[in-house]
Design a protein around this ligand. Structure first.
Ligand code: ADP
Length: 272
């Protein structure tokens, strides 16, 4: 490396940049102004009390909810589709601007969500659940999608469950299907909404191990979790959300050991 080569010191470029994100439900302003940045390959854990707006942040990132203020910028895969897309939710001249459909479509395409309650289609088999999004929404060739889906199911030890229905699986197996379904969409950003909180305690470990493996492979993730030990171990950054804002964020070990804000202290005190 030459002395002028500063690449080693340069921070990884942001894959996701959120500025001033706002969302209200009726008169209830759930997100007041959320700012966050996630670099490629980083794992951001969102922690905070129930009702603080964590799930709403994820749903806005995935376009499941349409924010009513702020911007979301998301980069594509490391290939020809790399170009960042900025979605501006700012109201224009006091009226709703109307978010461009194409930008919203790109946001939905680049991120994939893993839900707390798995949200699998009950009347579809495991394989059909995994193939639905890539085939129907992304319009990719069925044969290619099927081959990739089977490979992913094998990878998580569920190859032999391809023809089972969700009700025939344990919660942990259903959640692993939920994760495979998200991966099959080939997103740039994985979103996890309390992925283990509906599981029996003995099934939590398997799912956390899988998420940790994915983090180790370089997937970029935002995870809402109450599993502080997991956040400490796997996340590269933790953000404490309260009252619709990020109260503080930083290095997981540092923030969890030495929170700077009283609200964070109180929250952690109740959990630890
Ligand atoms: P958290 O994930 O931190 O528990 P949420 O984002 O789920 O918090 O919820 C934050 C607040 O937004 C809560 O008061 C919740 O009732 C409200 N909320 C969330 N989704 C909706 C919705 N679709 N309609 C009305 N209120 C909602």
């Amino acid at each position: 490396m030459s002395p002028t080569d500063s690449s080693a010191a340069a921070p990884a470029p942001a894959l996701l940049t959120v500025r001033g994100l706002q969302k209200s439900f009726g008169s209830n302003q759930v997100l007041k102004s959320v700012d966050l940045t996630v670099a490629r390959g980083q794992v951001l854990a969102l922690i905070g009390p129930s009702g603080s707006g964590k799930t709403t942040v994820l749903r806005c990132l995935n376009g499941l909810e349409i924010a009513d203020g702020g911007t979301i910028e998301i980069v594509g895969a490391e290939d020809a589709t790399h170009a960042p897309v900025v979605i501006d939710f700012a109201p224009a001249h006091g009226k709703r601007a109307g978010v461009p459909k194409k930008a919203l479509g790109t946001l939905r395409d680049r991120s994939a969500m893993v839900f707390q309650h798995y949200n699998l289609f009950p009347h579809k088999t495991v394989l059909e659940n995994v193939m639905e999004g890539p085939v129907v929404v992304q319009r990719r060739p069925r044969a290619e999608v099927e081959a990739e889906a089977l490979q992913l199911l094998d990878r998580v030890g569920l190859g032999d469950k391809r023809d089972s229905y969700p009700f025939e699986l344990s919660g942990g197996q259903q959640q692993r299907v939920g994760i495979v379904r998200a991966l099959a969409l080939r997103p740039t950003l994985l979103l996890f909404d309390e992925p283990t909180s509906a599981l029996d305690p003995e099934l939590v470990g398997d799912v956390l191990r899988l998420i940790k493996e994915l983090a180790g492979e370089g997937w970029t993730m935002v995870i809402v979790t109450h599993e502080l030990e997991f956040a400490r171990e796997v996340a590269t950054e933790v953000a404490f959300v309260d009252g619709g804002t990020i109260v503080e964020h930083g290095d997981p070990k540092e923030l969890l050991r030495n929170p700077q804000h009283e609200r964070t202290r109180q929250f952690l005190h109740r959990l630890l």
